[in-house]
Write a protein that binds this ligand. Structure first.
Ligand code: AMP
Ligand code: ZN
Length: 480
């Protein structure tokens, strides 16, 4: 696979420390609020990447943290603790907030067909790991104590700006929210490894440490959790583009200083989903969630389809119109798949040819829009329906759009509509499930007020020599 690497600023052949095995790490959510659909864009694209790697034959060990401590409202270690902010907002304990929003995150993931990583580790569960790393950093002179906190000394590094070789001003691009000065820092880019005397008197979660009772900084959790579950050599680290600086930069600084060797060669960053008014942000409090999409009648997978249509390294602008288009395209695709007859033998030569092409095309920097196109190409392939279905099922191992399951459900629904007699919509015709499925799809489109799609299906049927007549409680069709 060829993948763009943010650390080298170019597309490279993806290689792993142990051939055939990928140690993969993903920065997980900060669980003080619901994930917004922008956050979920990052998790969808990372999910596709993981599934592609498995599809390509790799054995993948994917690890993700859950940030339930230490993430302050500014990434530069200042402001309020996000978890505490959430707890105050809802008048609950930090642990209640963490549990509630962790569960909500995985509910959203399930609805979007995002696989749960092999290891999911809340940050509060690995305090000993962080203390071990910080202790060594203090002993070797990479970290210092000031004002009660332990800081990483960025001046000890030959190269700190991993993701940006330009000047410091450019770094502002990657910074998330407002930055305040911390007078304890010896250098502007030093960052907190462990907080003790913090300004948060009401900090709920505190642990004993060699530097006093306190809690870890945000960055150390990902280094500690990754080293625990991925080992000392990580192959691939993922996150949204805002994580690149300072979070990932700091992860590299502390991990390599601790390990004494390079840590992770490949960095994958997903660009943002913005709403037309600007960046979508959890801390602003107003944002779009999967539940909101559902309330408005969208299948969450229509949102996944919307994300797959564009490249992960391009900013994606959300609009209802764009989502409507994706939803209509997805419905249309499902109807076309439902119209395929699952009969006959799979032509393995054709199957292999399509699989290989997909592997090559999608393996070019995770080209998901090519993966989408590949499904339509499979529908047009000069082969039988059974082969087309097998190819589409194979592609869906990466796309995870439930294509075969949803198409089968549509086919089943059409069959029931024909048989039901007393059901809501009865189709009478000449006993062809493919035509029944299309007639039902036309009805569903009309019901959803998607008249363009309903007309398109009617025209398609007409081109096949089928005439559909709407009758009370259903439709009847005949060949003309
Ligand atoms: P957080 O819960 O704030 O720690 O963010 C979870 C993940 O979502 C991180 O990988 C962020 O980089 C990513 N992220 C944050 N905002 C966006 C956005 N608007 N679009 C895409 N990804 C985002
Ligand atoms: Zn992280």
């Amino acid at each position: 696979m060829y993948l763009y690497n943010s650390a080298t600023h170019k597309k490279e052949e993806f290689k792993t420390h142990t051939p055939g095995r990928v140690e993969m790490y993903t920065c997980g959510p900060t669980v003080y609020h619901f994930a917004h659909i922008g956050n979920l864009r990052s998790y969808i694209m990372e999910d596709v990447l993981e599934k592609y790697l498995r599809f390509a034959g790799y054995d993948v060990n994917r690890v993700m943290n859950i940030t339930d401590v230490g993430h302050l409202s500014s990434d530069a270690d200042t402001g309020e603790d996000k978890m505490l902010k959430g707890a105050k907002r809802e008048n609950k304990t930090v642990m209640d907030i963490a549990k509630f929003y962790t569960d909500a995150f995985f509910d959203d993931c399930r609805k979007l067909n995002i696989k749960t990583p092999d290891v999911v580790q809340p940050a509060t569960g690995c305090i000993d790991e962080y203390i071990k790393i910080i202790s060594k950093l203090v002993d070797t002179g990479y970290a210092y104590l000031a004002g009660g906190n332990v800081y990483f000394d960025s001046s000890k590094l030959e190269r700190y700006y991993i993701f940006n070789d330009h000047d410091e001003e450019d770094l502002a691009v990657g910074v998330r929210e407002g930055v305040e000065e911390d007078s304890n820092k010896r250098n502007k880019n030093d960052f907190v490894l462990w907080f003790t005397k913090s300004k948060f008197e009401d900090q709920a979660l505190k642990w004993d440490s060699p530097w006093g009772v306190g809690y870890p900084g945000w960055h150390i959790e990902c280094s500690g959790i990754s080293m625990k579950y991925n080992g000392e050599y990580l192959d691939l680290h993922c996150g949204g583009v805002d994580n690149a600086f300072p979070h990932h930069t700091n992860e590299i600084a502390q991990s390599e200083s601790y390990l004494g060797h390079p840590w992770c060669p490949h960095w994958f960053h997903v660009h943002h989903l913005n709403d037309p008014a600007g960046k979508m942000s959890k801390s602003k409090g107003e944002f779009l969630t999967v539940s909101l999409l559902e309330e408005k009648g969208y299948d969450p997978l229509a949102y996944r389809w919307f994300c797959l249509q564009s490249h992960y390294r391009k900013t994606l602008v959300f609009s209802w119109e764009n989502l409507d288009n994706a939803a209509a395209a997805y419905t249309k695709l499902l109807n076309r798949i439902a119209a395929l007859k699952p009969e006959g033998d799979v032509d393995t030569a054709v199957f292999d040819e399509y699989r290989e092409k997909f592997l090559q095309q999608v393996g070019n920097d995770l080209n998901t829009s090519m993966a989408v196109t590949a499904v339509f190409d499979a529908l047009k392939a000069k082969t039988n329906d059974a082969t087309k279905l097998a190819i589409i099922g194979e592609f869906d191992k990466v796309l995870s759009m439930s294509l075969l399951e949803k198409a089968a459900a549509l086919r089943e629904k059409a069959a029931q509509a024909v048989q039901s007699g007393g059901g809501d919509y009865v189709i009478t015709g000449e006993g062809d499930p493919e035509i029944d499925a299309k007639v039902l799809a036309r009805y569903e489109a009309k019901k959803a007020r998607n008249f363009a799609e309903a007309d398109r299906i009617r025209d398609e049927l007409k081109a096949q020599g089928i005439e559909v007549t709407d009758v009370k409680g259903g439709a009847s069709w005949k060949r003309i």
